[in-house]
Design a protein around this ligand. Structure first.
Ligand SMILES: C[S@@+](CC[C@H](N)C(=O)[O-])C[C@H]1O[C@@H](n2cnc3c(N)ncnc32)[C@H](O)[C@@H]1O
Length: 281
């Protein structure tokens, strides 16, 4: 039940799950091996590692392109990881982006990568919790949450906080793994080492909590089928070409294969799958 777990203990174990040493050095080494400039990479060279969700940049574009983001929009990326989605929004749509994330190592890496790409003037990254967003009431036109809700137990508290920061008419775009059958994946998965910081909810829970927080659902798309074909494609490419120098294994570390394998299997078996939901304030 939401609210029953000690929030700071969960947040500490989430940050611990994602923390990794020398991530920036590993990314630079991967860029070098891929033939990209390791000190001043084109932001596109980072896409295989800095979009930490199923479908990578392709899924980010599929979620965001229909939203017609303009340079005037104030964007908040909640659970911004190493900052890829924020840099994409800054570069592609010209908007100003604040990213917040629980994991200090990811925030440090996000700041460094944005500076290396020359996008530090348009992106800002801070350590913060989704339950306590460090921005003023009604100051955000678009909030995004990409593969983060699986670590957040109290969905109503999340939606209430998002509703606080959204300007009237502001939108909230969610792309999360959700529960489909009530059967958990095997752990570890990319977002959790164990069940104690994994909170997969059904789309109905998201809709209900959003409605209670005063947000209207304006778009919904089940991406389970897309995820299945994406995983088939990734596995076929890895069988043919091996592990690419720049990829999510740099973030997931030694357990990458097991974490990835478990989410692939749970998705193929229909236990979990990603969905897009967009709400309006
Ligand atoms: C799977 S990663 C996705 C990162 C990014 N959205 C992306 O797609 O590349 C999940 C991220 O959510 C962050 N996170 C999890 N729970 C959070 C919370 N309650 N508040 C802020 N960030 C959180 C984690 O630290 C991690 O960086």
């Amino acid at each position: 039940m939401p609210g029953q777990t000690d929030v700071s203990a969960v947040e500490a174990s989430v940050a611990d799950h994602y923390s990794s040493n020398a991530l920036l050095d590993r990314i630079k080494a991967g860029l070098r091996e891929a033939g990209a400039d390791p000190e001043h990479p084109d932001p596109n060279a980072l896409k295989p590692v800095d979009e930490f969700h199923v479908g990578g940049i392709e899924a980010t574009e599929a979620l965001l392109d229909p939203l017609e983001i303009t340079p005037r929009l104030r964007v908040l990326d909640i659970g911004s990881g190493i900052g890829g989605t924020g840099r994409h929004i800054a570069k592609r749509y010209g908007a100003q982006v604040i990213g917040i994330d629980l994991t200090p190592a990811f925030v440090e890496t996000a700041i460094a990568l944005s500076a290396m790409c020359g996008l530090d003037g348009q992106t800002e990254y801070r350590v913060a919790s989704a339950y306590d967003l460090p921005v003023a009431d009604h100051s955000v036109d678009l909030a995004t949450l990409i593969h983060v809700g699986m670590n957040i137990e109290d969905k109503y508290r999340l939606f209430r906080e998002v509703a606080r920061v959204l300007a009237p008419g502001g939108r909230f775009a969610v792309f999360d793994f959700m529960a489909r059958t009530g059967e958990d994946p095997d752990y570890p998965v990319p977002w959790a080492s164990s069940a104690d910081h994994s909170f997969l909810d059904t789309p109905e829970t998201y809709r209900r909590c959003a409605a209670r927080a005063g947000l209207d659902l304006i778009h919904e798309r089940d991406r389970h089928g897309y995820a299945v074909s994406f995983f088939h494609h990734v596995i076929a490419a890895a069988d043919k070409h091996g592990t690419p120098p720049v990829g999510l294994h740099l973030i997931m570390g030694d357990e990458a294969e097991t974490r990835y394998g478990n989410v692939v299997r749970a998705t193929m078996e229909g236990r979990v799958g990603p969905l897009e939901l967009v709400f309006r304030n």
